[in-house]
Design a protein around this ligand. Structure first.
Ligand code: COD
Ligand code: ATP
Length: 292
């Protein structure tokens, strides 16, 4: 699929889907390169993971380069959910081939993929990307199909499906079907506030990650640590934020302390990592649209 194959939409223009794809990969790289991130893989260590490191994630990123461009193009072409799911499944296959069977980016292929498709669609139609427009576009276009896919997957034996059954929580599909309320309502305001106050990207990303960790019902954490593990991470992140987060001296040491505690408990907030990348992607897409 190429950008030039897209038909022009009245009032819109052929969107730069290669640019959308690049922003998605950059967002995933920004998440990966960040440190400290409690329990997660970073350039400094593998956190709570003994089967993957920075190099595994880099191989995975390399394998996903074409996927985000293609799903953005599919979105611009008005594709229905089955087409997006086909691209997502194929991308998962490439990720697993590149990592030797390790799940590095499953959640990101899904969440960031849907947001990239929404960006392609809105840009193609010449619509604004302001506020929660990208999330609303996901709900409007693919929300029903996402809910149906969630019902269908209820009995599956993925870690996420098992956690949703056992603990009655919302998973990745529910978050997407509702238009990513945590990304638009919680994470983006945190990111933009710290960016405005400090101009420091590292601190803005750390604050956003902890903000997500303090509220997300992360099925990765439930799978690894049950409600106790989820509660431990949420409470730890909340305490970090209540102490002033990244705006207070000593923030790095406090974040590192939670990192060490998560590693000791084998906990990893992978869902928050995925949504951090999604938040950074949306921020870029929106500010890019304002410039043009
Ligand atoms: C939809 C997916 C993520 C299903 O997830 P499932 O609930 O079965 O759990 P699974 O353990 O496989 O993975 C969940 C992933 O979501 C992330 N996650 C966990 N909790 C949450 C949450 N509350 N919100 C958002 N993301 C979360 C995690 O990082 C994890 O990687 C995916 O496996 C899938 O169906 N892929 C097929 C491709 C597809 O449907 N693509 C759609 C278009 S892109
Ligand atoms: N920097 C990161 N470090 C670790 N995980 C991340 C990172 N960024 C995103 N993730 C997410 O976390 C998920 C990996 O978590 P985890 O290893 O617990 O999943 P799993 O393979 O389903 O479970 P397990 O390894 O316990 O069998 C990835 O699918 C990815 O979505």
């Amino acid at each position: 699929m190429t950008t030039s194959a897209l038909r022009r939409h009245p009032g819109g223009s052929a969107p730069d889907t290669a640019g959308i794809g690049r922003d998605a990969i950059r967002a995933l790289y920004a998440e990966l390169a960040l440190h400290p991130k409690p329990g997660l893989v970073s350039p400094l260590d593998s956190g709570s993971h003994d089967d993957m490191d920075m190099a595994t994630f880099m191989r995975s990123l390399f394998a996903l380069r074409g996927y985000f461009r293609d799903i953005a193009t599919a979105g611009a072409e008005g594709a229905d959910f089955d087409v997006l799911r086909g691209l997502g499944i194929e991308a998962e296959r490439r990720m697993l081939a590149a990592t030797g069977g390790i799940n590095t980016h499953r959640g990101a292929i899904f969440s960031l993929g849907l947001l990239a498709a929404a960006s392609g669609a809105l840009k193609h139609e010449g619509q604004s990307l302001a506020g929660p427009a990208l999330g609303e576009a996901v709900t409007r276009r693919w929300g029903q199909a996402l809910v149906a896919a969630g019902i269908q997957a209820r009995d599956s034996d993925s870690h996420g499906a098992r956690a949703i059954r056992r603990y009655q929580v919302r998973g990745a599909r529910e978050e997407a079907a509702e238009g990513f309320p945590l990304v638009f309502g919680t994470a983006l305001p945190a990111l933009e506030e710290v960016l405005a106050r400090t101009g420091c990207l590292e601190r803005a990303l750390v604050q956003t990650l902890f903000t997500l960790m303090s509220v997300l019902e992360d099925t990765n954490l439930l799978h690894r640590g049950g409600t106790e593990g989820l509660g431990f991470v949420r409470d730890g992140a909340r305490r970090f934020l209540d102490a002033g987060g990244v705006l207070m001296p000593g923030w790095r040491e406090r974040a590192l302390a939670l990192h060490r505690d998560c590693v000791a408990r084998h906990l990893s907030p992978g869902g928050s990592a995925d949504l951090l990348a999604a938040t950074w992607f949306v921020h870029h897409q929106r500010s890019g649209a304002e410039r043009t």
